[in-house]
Write a protein that binds this ligand. Structure first.
Ligand code: PEP
Ligand code: MN
Length: 337
C-alpha cells in the first residue's frame, strides 16, 4: 500500500497516522523524496483503506501488492518525465537519443563526438570514465580528470552528460559534472550504491542486470526512489542467455512490459544489447517501435580504434543514417500509438 501525504501534513497528523497503522498491524516505512512524502505500508491482513484516507494530511491511498511500489504504474497513471534543464527532457512525448563512445579517451575524441551530436541535433552524450571491464588488464577509464575534460567540452557546447558511477565514493566527486548517473549492468543490485543515489538531486539510469529479471530491475529502481530520488530511468541492455551468436540477448519484450508495469521512462541500449555494429541500428529502431522513450548508442570517429567496445560502436556516418531513420519513423509511430 502507498499512502501519499500532503506536503504540509502536520507532525500531529503524521503521528496519528502511524498510530492507526500500528493498530491495523501495518508495517510502515516513511519515504521522503525531493518533492513528496509517502508511507509504504506492508499489510499483514486486508484492511479498509478508507480509515487511513480519512486522516487529515493524507492525499491518497493506493493498493499496490507488487514487490516494487513507488515505481509501479498501479498508483501513478501519468508517465514520469525527466527534466535535464535547458529544454532537454526525457519521457512523455520526448524521444531521447543519447550517443557517445563507450569510453572517454581524449580531448580530440570528445570534440569530434560533440561536433557529430550537434550536427544531428542530439543533446545528450554518453561516455564512461569509470569502466567496469571483465579483465583487469583492459582499459578502465580516465577517471575524474577525464570526466572534468568531458564536462568542460560538453558544457561549452550545450550537451548533457550521462556516465557510469561504479561505487558510492565516486558520487560526490562526479555529481557536479554529470547530468545523469548511469548504473551499469554489473551494479544493478549494488544496493548501497542505489541507496546513495537516492540521496542525490540528479537523474539515475539503471541498467538491467546481466542475468536480471524485469522485477529485479524494478526493485532496484524502487531502492533509489525509496531513498529519496524520483528521477529514474530504466534501461534494457540485453541479458545473458544460452544464445552465443551475439554478445547479449536484447529483450525487446522488456520494453512494453516495463512501460506497462512502471511509470518510469524506458531506454534501450542496442549497442550492448546485440554487440554487433552492423545490426545495432535495426535493434535501435525496433526499440522505438516497441515503445522505448529513448535509445543510447555507442559511436566513435574511428570505431576500430576505440579503447573499448569498438565491435558494437557505430561510425559517425552510420549514426547519422540512424538519426534520419528515426525521423522517418515519426509518422508511422503516430499510427502505432
Ligand atoms: C557501458 O554502457 O559501456 C556499459 C559498460 O554497459 P553495461 O553496464 O550495460 O555493460
Ligand atoms: Mn560499452
Amino acid at each position: 500500500m502507498i499512502i501519499q501525504l500532503q506536503q504540509n501534513i502536520s507532525t500531529t497528523n503524521k503521528e496519528l497516522l502511524h498510530k492507526k497503522l500500528q493498530e491495523l498491524k501495518v508495517k510502515a516505512a516513511d519515504i521522503v523524496t525531493q518533492n513528496n512524502q509517502y508511507i509504504i505500508g506492508i499489510l499483514s491482513k486486508e484492511i479498509d483503506v478508507r480509515v487511513i484516507g480519512e486522516i487529515e494530511g493524507v492525499q491518497d491511498v493506493f493498493r499496490v501488492n507488487d514487490s516494487y511500489k513507488l515505481v509501479s504504474s498501479k498508483w501513478k497513471v501519468d508517465y514520469t518525465t525527466i527534466d535535464l534543464g535547458d529544454g532537454v527532457t526525457i519521457g512523455g512525448n520526448n524521444f531521447a537519443l543519447m550517443a557517445g563512445p563507450c569510453s572517454i579517451e581524449n580531448e580530440q575524441q570528445i570534440e569530434s563526438v560533440v561536433a557529430c551530436l550537434k550536427k544531428n541535433h542530439v543533446k545528450i552524450m554518453r561516455g564512461g570514465v569509470y569502466k567496469p571491464r571483465s579483465s583487469p588488464y583492459a582499459f578502465r577509464g580516465l577517471g575524474i580528470e577525464g570526466l572534468k575534460m568531458f564536462y568542460n567540452i560538453c558544457k561549452a557546447n550545450g550537451i548533457k552528460i550521462i556516465t557510469e558511477v561504479m561505487q558510492v565514493s565516486q558520487i560526490d566527486e562526479m555529481v557536479d559534472f554529470i547530468d545523469i548517473f548511469q548504473v551499469g549492468a554489473r551494479n544493478t543490485q549494488n544496493f548501497n550504491l542505489l541507496d546513495a543515489l537516492g540521496k542525490v538531486d540528479k537523474p539515475v539510469m539503471i541498467k538491467r542486470g546481466i542475468s536480471g529479471s524485469i522485477d529485479e530491475l524494478l526493485q532496484s529502481a524502487e531502492y533509489v526512489f525509496a531513498a529519496g530520488n524520483e528521477k529514474i530511468l530504466l534501461c534494457e541492455r540485453g541479458i545473458r542467455t544460452f544464445e552465443n551468436a551475439y554478445r547479449n540477448t536484447f529483450d525487446i519484450n522488456a520494453i512494453p512490459i516495463l512501460k506497462e508495469k512502471s511509470h518510469l521512462p524506458v531506454i534501450a541500449d542496442p549497442s550492448h544489447g546485440i554487440g554487433i555494429r552492423k545490426h545495432v541500428s535495426k535493434i535501435a529502431l525496433a526499440s522505438r517501435i516497441a515503445g522505448a522513450d529513448g535509445v543510447i548508442v555507442e559511436i566513435h570517429d574511428e570505431p576500430e580504434k576505440a579503447f573499448s567496445d569498438g565491435a558494437q560502436t557505430l561510425s559517425f556516418n552510420e549514426f547519422e543514417l540512424l538519426v534520419q531513420q528515426f525521423k522517418l519513423l515519426e509518422q508511422p509511430m503516430n499510427i502505432l500509438n
